[in-house]
Write a protein that binds this ligand. Structure first.
Ligand code: CTP
Length: 227
């Protein structure tokens, strides 16, 4: 798939999502967006055009081949990806999407009253999983698995349930990896159960490893069997 300037497109989700409770409050997580933005940079360096659908982050990246679409919630992120998924050759789901959102968004600031307060939450759309259902054989998708335990087993489950081609595993047990750090330590797993483990590296270098793995797989004459 190519853009009007004849470059292949990569769709990337990055950063956290914010799920509104009322006009002044939300539920979110500690994702900095650094990994997703670094992957965008690495694909741009390789000559791809990138559409980066980003939750709120403190990073600015500009490049003639880059389109950044800022979003807040998971629903917004999913909607923003829709026009681009079918024209992308690679989709990278690097966002830390909130799994749940408040069942009801209050239109006015909630006032405190009772001693206890509970919030009903409903499941958010699983963006990687939804696009996994419509992914074509000429497209690649890459996801992330951030795990605290049973890392490989959980990552493999995500690889298959979301119909991904590669999953990037990182464990919160690894020092210097995950949220907020400038470094990461990853294992890339493919659908043939091949594990490629890397040492702790700067996120820019990690991004290059991920992009190299994606390009290698994309250039393979026969892509692995799809779910
Ligand atoms: N993901 C997504 N949409 C969601 C949840 C996750 O696109 N609503 C993507 C993430 O961007 C990541 C992968 O799915 O690439 C795995 O995300 P993760 O949060 O590790 O897994 P979950 O599926 O949310 O499962 P759990 O929280 O139970 O580990």
């Amino acid at each position: 798939m190519k853009t009007p300037n004849n470059k292949p497109i990569v769709l990337i989700t990055a950063g956290p999502t914010r799920e509104a409770i009322d006009p002044v409050r939300f539920i979110s997580n500690h994702s900095s967006g650094k990994m997703g933005y670094a992957i965008a940079g690495a694909f741009l360096e390789k000559g791809f055009d990138v559409v980066l659908v980003s939750g709120p982050v403190n990073i600015s990246l500009s490049h003639p081949g880059l389109t950044v679409i800022p979003v807040n919630s998971a629903d917004e992120m999913y909607a923003a990806c829709q026009p681009y998924f079918s024209i992308a050759c690679v989709a990278v789901f690097a966002a830390a999407v909130a799994d749940y959102k408040p069942a009801q968004v209050y239109s006015q600031k909630m006032k405190k009253s009772a001693y206890e307060f509970s919030l009903q939450m409903v499941k958010n759309v699983d963006i990687a999983c939804e696009f996994g259902k419509i992914k074509r054989n000429d497209q690649l998708s890459i996801g992330f698995a951030l795990e605290t335990n049973d890392e490989e087993q959980n990552a493999l489950k995500k690889l298959y349930t979301k119909n991904l081609d590669l999953i990037v595993l990182n464990s919160v047990q690894d020092k210097g990896a995950t949220f907020g750090y400038d470094t990461n330590k990853i294992t890339i797993i493919n659908r043939d159960f091949q594990f490629q483990s890397f040492p702790l590296k700067n996120k820019a270098e990690v991004a290059k490893d991920i992009v190299a793995a994606a390009i290698k797989l994309y250039q393979q004459p026969e892509k692995p069997a799809q779910a």
